[in-house]
Design a protein around this ligand. Sequence first.
Ligand code: F6R
Length: 259
Amino acid sequence: MAEVVIVENADAAGALVAAEIVELIDGRPDAVLGLATGSTPLPVYQALRSRLAGRDVLPVRGFALDEYVGLDPAHPESYRSVITRDVVEPLGLDPRRIHVPNGAQATIQHAGDDYETAIDAAGGVDLQILGIGTDGHIGFNEPGSSFASRTRVKTLTEQTREDNARFFDSIDDVPRHCITQGLGTILRARHLVLLAFGEGKAQAVADAVEGPLSAILPGSAIQLHPHATVVVDEAAASRLRLADYYRYTYANKPDWQGI
Ligand code: F6R
C-alpha cells in the first residue's frame, strides 16, 4: 500500500515534497515532473521557488494532468494558464518543455493519443504530483474510470463542477468536459505523490488509501502502484484507520530511506 506521511500542515507537506523533487533534479537535471493543478499542490510549488532559485532548471520537463475542453488556453483558469502562472514562470522552467493536454475542440479526437505519445517519448514521468477530489477523482478521472484508462475526454461530475466553481465567475462558466491523463497513464509514473489537506478530503483519502480497489473511487488506483506516497495534514488523515501505525512507521523510518 501507499506510504502515508501525516504532517502538521500544508507548508510542511510542501517542504517535504519539494525536497524530494530537488533531490530528483539533482540526480537527473532533465527529470520529468507530473504536474497537478488546483489548490492542493500550491505549497509544493511555493516551496520549490526558494529551493530552485538560482539553479539551472531549464532542462526540467513536465506534463500536466489535465485540461478543460473548449476553454481558450488564454483564459486565466485554463490549466495551461494556471501551470504557466503557478509553475513555469515562478520556477523559471522552459515553457517548451512543459506540456498540458490540448483541450481544443478541433483536435480533441486525437489529443489523448498525442499526449500519451509525448509522455512516452519523454521516457515517462518520474514523479507525479496528485491532488484528490472530494468524489475521489485523481486527475479528472471521475468515479467509474477504468484503472487501465489512458489520456482521454471525460465528463466532469456536478460535484467537481461545484468544487471548481470558486475559480470562475459562476458555475455556468465551468466547462462540462475535460481531457485527463488516465488512471493507467498515472500508474505508469515512477513515483506517485498524492497530497490532501483539510477535513473535506478525509473520506476520499481514507477510501483511496484503505478502501477497496474500485473504479467508483478512482484514487484507490494508487494502491496498485509500487511507489506511492500520500502526504496529508491531520484533518485529511482524520478518517484513516491505521493513522497511528503510519505515524509510528514514519517516526521510525531508517535515515537512508526517502519518501
Ligand atoms: C488537478 C486535478 C484534480 C485536483 C483535485 C483536487 O490537476 O487533477 O484531481 O487535484 O480536483 O483539487 P484541489 O486541489 O483544488 O482541491
